[in-house]
Design a protein around this ligand. Structure first.
Ligand SMILES: [Zn+2]
Length: 470
């Protein structure tokens, strides 16, 4: 019954839109023409892919980390396996930029009390560009209250209490250093106790130098010290300068070339961000696995690449890409649109996939598209997917709100029709260590990826061309 109703609807749309050449007949999911693609997208393959991408071994895929680079290599390997062309960027599926990173020195730090006894410290949380030397008093600061706006000088010290767990915690310390610098402070000694929330971070700093982006923004050097150090009347302090280094940041991109002489110059771009938040010192689980955000989207991109590669060659070219640095401000996609490996005015649509693993209650088999009003892409894709049993819709709350929140926005700002597609919810594990792959609804996610595949057929085979509103 339901399928019949859809069939009628589909015919109406086809007539209205002049889509008389629906070669694949996607109103019928059992159409054998679709099978080679659909058969690639199975629950087993989805599970295999996401359970690796969101594994503890990949340590939350932080931009700049060794584990992120392993994840990028995995994506490139999968693109190669699907038979995509990796030569459009640097020849090896990577679209690379060098980015300056700060490596905090591991020492030696000199911290001497008034009797010239060496005081043990936990390590450096942030260092300045140059050696910081100081000989004088420690100015005690109550870090839990409002910080002074002026009148500071030299080294200030205080206990770190009320350090909130979760994604925003480090930015609190960063903000604090900015306020203290404006007030005149030159360095901060942060007192840590064994039961402090920061003890994990302190131990980490003790063991190995930290690497971070210069954007992380500590305004003054920060040394993690035991509480006892703060009671020294005066100190001698030397903190070595941070080491700046260049690290490669990798977008991963593969091409499935189109066959039509004209339409093959145009591309449909399928994308998702590969990075997540990495690890943070917490009392419990320290790994932010980012299964839903956005290993689920990356899994979608990989499955779509496999599926389209098994189909008759598309008329339009298809690009498949993952980004670095989304969580740090859409950095990878911004880099791509500044140095595009494909002319932006020849990208007909960007289908960016974000969080498709955990449906809102009652929203299985439904996909919402951000920025619904900006183009007719949602209508085109829904017309194709609805007969298949997947609805693509305008979410009353999220569609407008989240249009500017993911990598599609970097493309939209350059005039590309670019939207994010989500089949999820802003659940309580969002940006938390519990965003684990075994909390996803794999059957839902698999079905959604199949739906995105079916929805994209009219774009790939040149039967529909989205247009911007207005
Ligand atoms: Zn995301």
């Amino acid at each position: 019954m339901v399928r019949k109703a859809y069939q009628v609807l589909s015919v109406c749309f086809a007539v209205l839109c002049g889509m008389s050449t629906m070669v694949f007949g996607w109103q019928d999911a059992s159409n054998p023409t679709l099978r080679p693609g659909l058969d690639e997208i199975t629950e087993g393959r989805v599970t295999a892919t996401i359970s690796f991408l969101a594994s503890d071994e990949l340590a939350g895929r932080a931009t700049g980390s060794a584990e992120f680079n392993i994840a990028a290599k995995y994506v490139a390997t999968r693109f190669r396996g699907a038979g995509l062309d990796g030569s459009i960027a640097d020849g090896d599926f990577y679209h690379v930029t060098m980015k300056q990173m700060v490596k905090t020195p591991s020492g030696p730090v000199k911290l001497l009390g008034p009797d010239l006894q060496s005081i043990a410290h936990f390590g450096i949380l942030a260092a300045g560009a140059e050696l910081f030397s100081y000989d004088g008093k420690i100015r005690p600061i109550d870090l839990a209250s409002e910080l002074p706006k002026s009148g500071l000088d030299g080294v200030v010290g205080g206990m770190m209490t009320g350090y909130a767990k979760g994604a925003r915690s480090m930015s609190q310390v960063v903000r604090m250093t900015n306020t203290l610098k404006d007030a005149g402070a030159k360095a901060l000694l942060l007192g840590i106790t064994e039961d402090s929330d920061l003890i994990g971070l302190a131990r980490e700093a003790q063991e190995k130098p930290r690497t971070q982006s210069p954007r992380s923004g500590f305004a003054i050097p920060v040394l993690l010290v035991p509480e006892i150090a703060l009671s020294a009347a005066s100190i001698q302090l030397d903190i070595p300068g941070a080491v700046m280094s260049e690290s490669p940041m990798r977008n991963v991109i593969g091409l499935l070339p189109g066959t039509d002489p004209e339409l093959s110059k145009e591309a449909i771009l399928f994308s998702a961000h590969l990075d997540h938040l990495g690890t943070k010192p917490n009392a419990g689980d320290e790994i932010y696995n980012g299964a839903d955000d956005d290993a689920s989207g990356v899994t979608g991109v990989l499955m779509l690449a496999d599926a389209f590669a098994k189909m008759p060659k598309p008329k339009r070219s298809l690009l498949f890409m993952t980004f670095w640095g989304e969580e740090s401000g859409l950095l990878g996609s911004k880099q791509f649109v500044e140095t595009p490996a494909w002319p932006l005015d020849k990208i007909r649509a960007n289908v960016n996939i974000e969080m498709i693993g955990r449906p809102e209650p009652g929203a299985r088999n439904k996909i919402w598209m951000t920025g619904w009003q900006e183009s007719d892409l949602g209508v085109i894709m829904n017309t194709a997917s609805l007969p298949f049993g997947i609805e693509i819709f305008n979410h009353p709350k999220h569609s407008a709100m989240l249009y500017r929140s993911s990598d599609n926005w970097s493309f939209a700002q350059k005039g590309v029709i670019a939207h994010s597609f989500s089949a999820g919810s802003l659940h309580s594990d969002y940006h938390q260590p519990d965003d684990e792959w075994d909390r996803l609804e794999i059957p839902h996610m698999t079905r959604v990826i199949q739906g995105l595949f079916v929805a994209s057929l009219p774009l790939a085979y040149g039967e529909s061309t989205p247009t911007k509103s207005k």
